[in-house]
Design a protein. Structure first.
Length: 444
């Protein structure tokens, strides 16, 4: 970059050090119509004129107007973009921007779901931060509406965390950042106070002018209320004090201008290399396939979770029925037939245990153990399958073929003869847990 001038001119008598803008930390603020976005576009035009690498996080879809003069890759979610992208494109976009010098506009205004937009931002910013570690190329990331990502009230998501990392540690790698906001009061002050240079356009809301007062003093807080469009107060490490400046009007198409009644003549926009678009489209296909696989796994997981919830609800019912059956057993109400139990919750609980154990997974095994603790499965002639609970009279007939009963061989009792317990006693075949729960836990 030996042929790059030391300063860029952004207005009459107003110049900024290139490296401080490119790799430093800046903040530009002002209410709607004050010239904030125009100032950002002027900075970008000056850097692009010098062939310097930049990227924009565009929350309102207004920076594609740069394509009137510059070959900029405009990506996002709608048809105006050169290409629709997702998080899977992040690494390639970062490589294009840092290593191949392709200016990139990440336009998140077209995503229908805010979560999708923020995921794209997080992925791209993380990829830039990683790639800059090796590239060590002075590079500017400009972020519109930065208060949406780094709010004063905290609550950072992944996109906010990635941007804070760039703001705090990016300069060491050559990765600079400029944040823009209409509401300085809504931006994390730790980020604002770490900036090397700040541009204050007109602000009138008291909470915002209070921020100006705390950083620049009472005189500046009063002056900022009366600034005209394009005028600003410049505060910078390379300046002595605060001075009044006026930024020039940008040259490129103003895609963010407030619509009026007159017709707007949209200019022809420059296109990037078609081969580059085709290459990124291939990345899109691979990402789409990966996304489809993930979505299928999510659906399978949701189905299994729903089934587990259903079984847990049934378990609650069985625990209630078990309490009721104690009184019924005392009065002799529960009876069996040669075809199996007619109103025996323990029998049904045994079948449920086998189903849970076969389903595998730690959660299923845990539910099975809950059943085992809640219910005491009796053995004929006294005692119980587990625990030391009171013995109960066991049914005397095994389930018949073709019934819904579970055969002993299904539950780890293959050595028992039909119609007997594990001890060889004639009894109804209550399912056992040891093998099934063990197998479920191993498979988990």
């Amino acid at each position: 970059m030996s042929d790059v001038p030391e300063r860029i001119t952004v207005g009459e008598g107003v110049s900024l050090p290139v490296m401080d803008v490119l790799a430093g930390r800046g903040f530009v603020t002002g209410k709607s119509g004050s010239g904030k976005s125009n100032t950002a576009s002027v900075l970008l035009e000056e850097l692009l004129d010098l062939g310097l690498p930049v990227a924009v996080i565009d929350t309102d879809g207004e920076y594609y107007g740069l394509k009137e003069e510059y070959e900029v890759l405009h990506v996002g979610a709608d048809d105006r973009c050169d290409l629709q992208v997702g998080p899977g494109h992040a690494d390639r976009l970062a490589t294009l921007a840092l290593e191949e010098g392709v200016p990139v506009i990440v336009d998140v205004s077209g995503y229908l779901r805010e979560d999708d937009a923020r995921e794209v931002v997080a992925s791209f910013v993380r990829a830039l931060f990683r790639a800059e570690r090796d590239a060590r190329t002075p590079f500017l990331l400009l972020v519109e509406e930065v208060h949406e990502f780094i709010p004063q009230d905290g609550g950072l998501d992944e996109a906010g965390e990635a941007l804070v990392r760039v703001a705090k540690r990016g300069r060491k790698r050559g990765l600079g950042m400029v944040g823009l906001s209409q509401r300085p009061a809504a931006v994390d002050k730790d980020v604002i106070t770490q900036c090397d240079w700040l541009v204050w356009h007109r602000l009138t809301w008291e909470n915002d002018t209070r921020v100006v007062k705390s950083l620049l003093g009472s005189e500046a807080a009063e002056a900022v209320r009366d600034l005209d469009a394009g005028e600003a107060l410049l505060q910078a490490d390379w300046e002595e004090g605060v001075r009044w400046v006026r930024f020039r009007r940008k040259r490129t198409f103003d895609a963010g201008a407030t619509p009026g009644l007159e017709d707007i003549e949209r200019p022809d926009l420059k296109s990037v290399d078609e081969a580059l678009i085709a290459e990124l489209a291939d990345v899109d296909d691979a990402a789409a396939g990966s996304a489809a696989d993930v979505e299928e796994l999510r659906e399978q997981l949701a189905t299994k979770e729903a089934r587990i919830e259903e079984l847990e609800a049934r378990l609650v019912e069985l625990e209630g029925e078990d309490a009721d059956s104690g009184a019924a057993d005392a009065s002799g109400e529960n009876e069996t037939t040669p075809d199996g139990p007619t109103e025996d919750p323990l029998w049904e609980a045994g079948r449920l245990l086998v189903h849970l154990a076969r389903g595998g997974g730690r959660r299923a095994a845990g539910v099975a153990r809950r059943v085992a603790r809640a219910l005491t499965l009796p053995r004929p002639g006294g005692g119980s399958q587990q625990g030391n609970g009171p013995s109960t009279a066991a049914p005397t007939a095994p389930p018949t073929a073709g019934s819904d009963a579970v055969d002993a061989t299904d539950v780890g009792a293959a050595d028992s003869a039909p119609g007997t317990t594990m001890d060889g006693d004639p009894a109804m075949h209550y399912p056992t847990l040891d093998d099934e729960v063990g197998e479920g836990e191993r498979s988990a």
